[in-house]
Design a protein around this ligand. Structure first.
Ligand code: GYE
Length: 336
C-alpha cells in the first residue's frame, strides 16, 4: 500500500518534467488538435485510440523504414491519435517517454525496447494504471509475461542462424576467419543474432577472430572495422548485425585499398534498400532480411487490445534471405 502511494506521488512529480523533456525531442506527426479536449476517456463522438509510441532512435535505414511504417499506419483515418517519441538509443529516454504516456492516460502504449533488461518497474507502472503495452521489434527479458499484452517482431536467433548457415555452407573447410560487428550491446537483436550465427557455424572450421559492437550505425561500423583491419591481416569475412554497419565496413575496407565482396566478404542482416543495392553491386555477398513494416500488425493488435479482445502473445514476422541475383530481382519493387 505504502509503496503504491509513493509510486503514484513520484509518478505525478515526474510527469510534468517528463512531459517537458519529451516535448523537446519528440516529433508528433499526427495530432487531432481540431476538436480540442483530446486525451481523456470521455468518449462520446471521439473514438480515436490514443497511442503513445516510444521509438529506439534513428540509428539505421531499418529504423527509418520502421518509423515510417508506424507513422503511416497509426493515422486518424485508421482510428488512431499517435504520440511518437524518439529515444535516441537511450533507455532512460524511453522510460521517461513511457511514464509521460502513462501520465497522459493514453489508451495503449507501444515501444521498441532499446535493450532487453530493466523494464519491469515502468511496465508495472503501466499495468497499475490499466494501460496495455505492446512490444514491437525488440523483446524484453521480463519473467512476468503479464507485463505486456503482445510482442510483434522477427525471430532474431533464426536470422543469425540463416546468416551462419550460408557462411558454413559456402566456406566450411577453408579455415575462414570472421570478424563480427555486433548491434547495440544488450539489445535483443545483438544478443540473438550472435547466438544464432554461432550455433550455425559450430562444428565447422569457420572462426570468429574478433567481435565488437558498432551500435547498429554506419559511422561506428566503419570505425570498428578500421580497428579490425589494423589488428588483423587475415580477415576473410565480416558478419555485421545490420546493413548499416556492413555499409560502414565497406567504406573502411575500400579506404584500406581492398575490395569488399571479394578480398573480404560481407554478410549482413536487414535487407534495406542501401544494403540491397550494395549486394546487387557485389560489395555485400549475402543478406538476411528483417522486415521493418510492423505498423499494420501493430494497428490491428492495438485495436484488439483496446477492445478487450484476446491477442496472440508473440507475433513473429517472416524473413527471407538474398544473394546477389535475388537482390537484383527484388530491388525495383522493394518497399524499404
Ligand atoms: O536490424 C537494425 C536496427 O531492432 C531489428 O535495429 C532491429 C534492428 C535492425 O537498428 O538495423
Amino acid at each position: 500500500m505504502a509503496r503504491t502511494t509513493f509510486a503514484r506521488g513520484a509518478l505525478a512529480a515526474l510527469s510534468a518534467a517528463a512531459l517537458l523533456a519529451l516535448g523537446a525531442c519528440s516529433t508528433t506527426p499526427t495530432n487531432a488538435s481540431g476538436d480540442g479536449g483530446s486525451g481523456g476517456d470521455g468518449g462520446s463522438g471521439d473514438d480515436l485510440i490514443t497511442i503513445g509510441f516510444s521509438q529506439v532512435g534513428a540509428e539505421s535505414g531499418w529504423r527509418a523504414a520502421n518509423t515510417k511504417s508506424i507513422q503511416d499506419t497509426l493515422t486518424e483515418e485508421n482510428g488512431f491519435e499517435l504520440s511518437f517519441s524518439d529515444a535516441q538509443q537511450k533507455q532512460e529516454n524511453q522510460i521517461q517517454a513511457i511514464r509521460s504516456y502513462i501520465a497522459q492516460g493514453v489508451d495503449v502504449i507501444a515501444f521498441s525496447p532499446v535493450v532487453e533488461s530493466g523494464w519491469d518497474a515502468v511496465l508495472e507502472e503501466a499495468k497499475a494504471a490499466g494501460i496495455p503495452v505492446i512490444l514491437t521489434d525488440r523483446a524484453v527479458d521480463s519473467e512476468d509475461e503479464s507485463l505486456y499484452a503482445s510482442f510483434i517482431g522477427s525471430d532474431f536467433v533464426l536470422e543469425g542462424e540463416m546468416a551462419g548457415e550460408w557462411v558454413a555452407e559456402n566456406f566450411d573447410g577453408e579455415g575462414l576467419k570472421v570478424v563480427e560487428l555486433q548491434g547495440t550491446t544488450g539489445s535483443a537483436p545483438a544478443i540473438d543474432r550472435k547466438e544464432g550465427f554461432e550455433s550455425a557455424i559450430a562444428g565447422s572450421d569457420v572462426e570468429i577472430i574478433d567481435s565488437q559492437t558498432g551500435n547498429f550505425t554506419r559511422a561506428e561500423g566503419k570505425t570498428v572495422m578500421e580497428g579490425f583491419l589494423q589488428a588483423h591481416d587475415d580477415i576473410d569475412l565480416v558478419f555485421a548485425h545490420n546493413d548499416d554497419m556492413g555499409l560502414g565496413a565497406i567504406e573502411a575496407i575500400e579506404a584500406a585499398g581492398l575490395t569488399p565482396g571479394e578480398d573480404i566478404k560481407i554478410v549482413t542482416i536487414d535487407a534495406v534498400k542501401d544494403g540491397m543495392q550494395a549486394l546487387a553491386d557485389g560489395k555485400i555477398n549475402y543478406i538476411v532480411e528483417c522486415n521493418p513494416l510492423l505498423g499494420p500488425d501493430l494497428a490491428e493488435i492495438a485495436k484488439k487490445v483496446v477492445a478487450g479482445e484476446e491477442v496472440e502473445k508473440r507475433i513473429v514476422v517472416k524473413d527471407e534471405a538474398f544473394d546477389q541475383e535475388a537482390a537484383i530481382e527484388a530491388l525495383p519493387t522493394r518497399e524499404y
